[in-house]
Structures are given as structure tokens and as C-alpha cells.
Design a protein around this ligand. Structure first.
Ligand code: NOJ
Length: 521
């Protein structure tokens, strides 16, 4: 089964401010990442996605880029980046970086120039419009992070509004302007030439826009426009980007953040295998920990993706939402069962740094909050040891996660029963089983609170049983199957008892005699 690397891989997202700090400044940096790659190699992930580390005024902590082809001094230098790529590749870890194509920082020289006069060289690189006929913003779109405020800000100097789907300091680029397209392509080339294996494209469904910029229906207007923007022009841009990526060596990839709240619409962004390699799909990330809800997510994802040969991706957490352990109520047993779910589905899983430690969101007091989108809790500094000062100095940029004295890499590595070791075992099992890594999936007919599915590839099969409920569930039809892995570590290597404990997830392999028969067939 010769699948491209990004289908076989498990990715690990690094939020660079919060992963590892090489200087004791309280903010993470690129050297810190390079110095901790052994953790990732030990864990067994295949690739990392590093959130933005480019020069930025940090209004949106790097998603407001002021220079796409450099490193912000707080994170290090381009030399540090080159060293990081080399250190990762030496360990067989691939690296993808964030590419933020839909908007720049208002400090970017392009926007500074665009704003200086209506005749400036870069005016047309952004979206400017006259006020509406009666005054006020040109349409009824609303921005993200600003509590229903318009997605437009008036520029006194030039007498027009600029469009910003996010903060006013994140002006939207106008991809209808060919020079913008060209400039953004050159940025991809810059990082490809430095050896990156691909990109995570930020809100990439937001790049194409109809030049009329018409109002949305009044009932939709309160929804931030970035969750609605789904213009066909984006697909043409993505096809061009795919051609350029493929031209490198056929081995570079792009995963797009397609923040549209319908899986069917997200699936369109794979095109006919000629647009994005992978799309992030948000309905599962918003699903509660509930068997019915997850069965629906699985069925919808497969129905939308399989007919077009699209390869799903799965994530339970990232830097934009409360961590899933926190969302699911805080139980470690549930976090463990969720790890089994995430790492046994068909598709490419993305782990968010710290979920392997079972981290919960930090409690961030009002006075310590820094993010305009109120996302500080999931961005707390990563606990390497029980002594946060040793890892982060005296002034971490955000408070540490709860229970860091217990839930840290050093301590959990010593405990073979820990959630960290569960993630490591899961990654190992996934690597070793063609069925789990790249096989087909069939969702089985079970009643909630049990969710069951089979993964299969020629000569290899696994059954996954997840009990979302609070009492044990009987499952009588798998006599003599072997427990290959259990979320609580119990019974591994023994015959399945026919019962899935409350909040437990199991990976079963067929009885030895059947597995032998299939191998010999
Ligand atoms: C999505 C990113 O994940 C988020 O952190 C950021 O604030 C917005 N895009 C705007 O770039």
C-alpha cells in the first residue's frame, strides 16, 4: 500500500510561543523546539505543524504577519529555522509551516503603503470600498473577535473603508489582484526552498471573494463573515497552488483550514484531487463526547469524502478552542478514550501539543488575558518538568496549565500506565497495522453509548469499541478476539471479555487462528 506520506502520518501541532523556551524569557522559540524534537520522535509522531513565527506585532499572536519571509526576533532567526528543519529531518520528522494568505498585519509594508494614498502602489492589494450610500460600512459583514462589529474600518486619510474578516489590524488581501497572487506564491517558494514539507493554510477558504461584496441574508449577518465566505474563485486559486506544490517534487503538501461549518462544503476544497491535500473539518471538533454525535460525524465525513476520494483529517484540539479534555468535562478516562478514537479513525490525525499529557486548559485570570479571541487557556506553556521555572523562567507569557507538577513530560514518561504512554502505544500500533494506518473503515451498527467500527486492509483487521457511557456495555459478538490496546491499559494481550467498561475504548485484533488463516491464504 504505497500511500503518500501525509496520508500515513500523524501530525503534531506546535504553538511556538508555548512549546519550549530556550532562553528563560517566558516565551517559546525555535531553538526550544529543536532542542525538544526527541520528545516527538520518542512519542512516535511523523510530522510537525508549527504555527506562525514570522515578524508580527502579535495582535493575533502571529496570525497578523508583517513579513512573510523572516523570523520574529522573539522566536529566533532564519538560521535557527534552518537548523530546526535539519534537526527534524535527521529524526525523520517532516515539518509544515503556517501560511497566512487571507490577510496581513496592518504593519505589513504593503498595507502601510496601501493606506498612504488612493494612488499608492499597493492600494489594490487590499479591499477598499466607499462608504454605503447613506454612510457607514459598505456591506453587512461582521468581523471575528470583535463581538459583532463590522468587518470594515474607515480610513480617515483616504476616505474609504478597508475589509478585515478578523481584527482591523488584519486587513484582508485582495486575491482578485494578480500581484497579490504572485506575491503569495513567492512566499510558498521561499519556504519550500528552505526545505519545508508543506503548509497549513490559514482560513484559506477566505481568499476568493466576489468583487460585488454583496450583503449576506440579515439572519446570517451576525455570524463572522469568515465562516460564510465560500466563493468559487478560491477553488481556481487552490488548483494553481496545487500545481505549483506538485511541481516541487510531488511530495509537498498543504492542509487547509476550511472553517465552513458543513463537512459537505469542506469536502469541495479537495477538488478532484487537484486542490488541497487535506482539509481541517470543524464539525467533529465541535461535537460533544457522545456516541450518537460521533457516529453522525463519522458517517457525514465518510459520505462527503469517500465518493470523491478525499482523505479526511481529524483533530480534537488546536490553539483556537478549549482543549478537548476540558470540553468533554475534565475526566482523564474520557481523554484516554478520545485518544483511541482520534488515532484509530481513517484519515490523518493532528495532535495538539500537550494532549499527550492529558492537559486541560489553564485558568487565566482577567488581568493576565492577552488574546482578543479569549483563547489563552489552551495556549498555556508546555510543562516539561515539575519545575516550570526551570523550563520557562519566572515570567511565562501565560499561566501554566493546572496540575503541571503532575502532568509533565518527565513524570509521565516514568509511568508506563500514564496517558503519555497510551498515546505512544497508540502511535506504535497505528504504525504497525496497515488496517489502522491506511485501511478502509466501516461504522458498525451498535446502540449508544457504544460506538464501534472496523478498520481493514488486506490480511489485517482491527475492531474499535468505544463506550461513551457511564456503565459497562456488553458486546457479545467478538468471541476470542484479543485486546490489543485498551484506553486504561487493562487486559492488553488477553482475550476480550465481551464487556467494554464505562468510559473505556478498546482496539481488538482477530483471534490468532483467524489471523493465521488470513496470513496463509
Ligand atoms: C485561524 C487561526 O487558527 C487563528 O488562530 C487566527 O486567529 C485566525 N485564523 C486569523 O488568522
Amino acid at each position: 500500500m504505497d500511500q503518500p506520506w501525509w496520508k500515513r502520518s500523524v501530525f503534531y501541532q506546535i504553538y511556538p510561543r508555548s512549546f519550549a523556551d530556550s532562553t528563560g524569557s517566558g516565551t517559546g522559540d525555535l531553538r526550544g523546539i529543536a532542542a525538544h524534537l526527541d520528545h516527538l520522535a520518542w512519542l512516535g509522531v511523523d510530522a510537525v505543524w508549527i504555527s506562525p513565527f514570522y515578524p508580527s506585532p502579535m495582535r493575533d499572536f502571529g496570525y497578523d504577519v508583517a513579513d512573510y519571509c523572516d523570523v520574529d526576533p522573539i522566536f529566533g532567526s532564519l538560521d535557527d529555522f534552518d537548523a530546526l528543519i535539519e534537526a527534524a529531518h535527521t529524526r525523520d520528522l517532516r515539518v509544515i509551516v503556517d501560511w497566512v494568505p487571507a490577510h496581513t498585519s496592518s504593519d505589513h509594508p504593503w498595507f502601510v503603503d496601501a493606506r498612504s494614498s488612493r494612488d499608492s502602489r499597493h492600494r489594490g492589494w487590499y479591499v477598499w470600498r466607499d462608504p454605503a450610500p447613506g454612510g457607514g460600512p459598505p456591506n453587512n459583514w461582521t468581523a471575528t473577535f470583535t463581538q459583532g462589529a463590522p468587518a470594515w474600518t474607515f480610513d480617515e486619510t483616504t476616505g474609504q473603508y478597508w475589509l478585515h474578516s478578523f481584527l482591523p489590524e488584519q486587513p484582508d488581501l485582495d486575491w482578485n489582484e494578480p500581484e497579490v497572487v504572485e506575491a503569495m506564491h513567492r512566499i510558498l517558494d521561499f519556504w519550500l526552498a528552505r526545505g519545508v514539507d508543506g503548509f497549513r493554510a490559514d482560513v484559506v477558504h477566505n481568499i476568493g471573494k466576489h468583487p460585488d461584496l454583496a450583503d449576506v441574508a440579515p439572519n446570517l449577518a451576525p455570524i463572522p463573515h469568515s465562516a460564510l465566505n465560500d466563493d468559487p474563485r478560491t477553488h481556481a486559486h487552490l488548483r494553481e497552488i496545487r500545481r505549483r506544490l506538485d511541481a516541487w517534487n510531488g511530495d509537498r503538501m498543504m492542509v487547509g483550514e476550511v472553517f465552513l461549518l458543513s463537512t459537505e462544503r469542506v469536502a469541495e476544497y479537495y477538488g478532484d484531487g487537484d486542490e488541497l491535500h487535506l482539509c481541517f473539518n470543524f464539525p467533529p471538533l465541535f461535537a460533544p463526547w457522545d456516541a450518537e454525535a460521533w457516529k453522525k460525524c463519522l458517517e457525514e465525513t465518510l459520505a462527503a469524502m469517500e465518493p470523491r476520494g478525499a482523505w479526511p483529517s481529524w483533530a480534537l484540539s488546536n490553539h483556537d478552542f478549549p482543549r478537548h479534555r476540558t470540553r468533554y468535562g475534565g475526566s482523564e478516562a474520557v481523554a484516554r478514550a478520545a485518544a483511541v478514537l482520534l488515532l484509530t479513525l481513517k484519515g490523518t490525525p493532528f495532535l495538539y501539543m500537550g494532549e499527550e499529557l492529558g492537559l486541560e486548559d489553564a485558568t487565566v485570570p482577567e488581568a493576565a488575558r492577552v488574546d482578543p479571541g479569549n483563547r489563552d487557556g489552551c495556549r498555556a506553556p508546555f510543562p516539561w518538568t515539575a519545575d516550570p521555572r526551570a523550563d520557562w523562567g519566572a515570567t511565562p507569557w501565560l499561566p501554566h496549565p493546572p496540575d503541571a507538577a503532575e502532568q509533565n513530560v518527565a513524570r509521565l514518561r516514568e509511568d508506563p500506565g500514564s496517558i503519555l504512554h497510551l498515546y505512544r502505544r497508540l502511535l506504535q500500533r497505528r504504525r504497525d497495522s496497515p488496517a489502522l494506518r491506511a485501511g478502509a473503515i466501516e461504522v458498525l451498527a451498535t446502540a449508544a453509548p457504544l460506538l464501534a467500527y472496523r478498520r481493514f486492509a488486506s490480511g489485517d483487521e482491527r475492531r474499535i469499541l468505544i463506550n461513551f457511557g457511564e456503565t459497562p456495555v456488553a458486546c457479545a459478538d467478538l468471541p476470542r478476539w484479543i485486546v490489543e490496546l485498551s484506553s486504561d491499559g487493562g487486559g492488553e494481550g488477553t482475550t476480550f471479555t465481551g464487556v467494554v467498561d464505562n468510559r473505556q475504548a478498546l482496539v481488538l485484533r482477530p483471534p490468532e487462528d483467524r489471523a493465521n488463516e488470513e496470513r496463509n491464504a
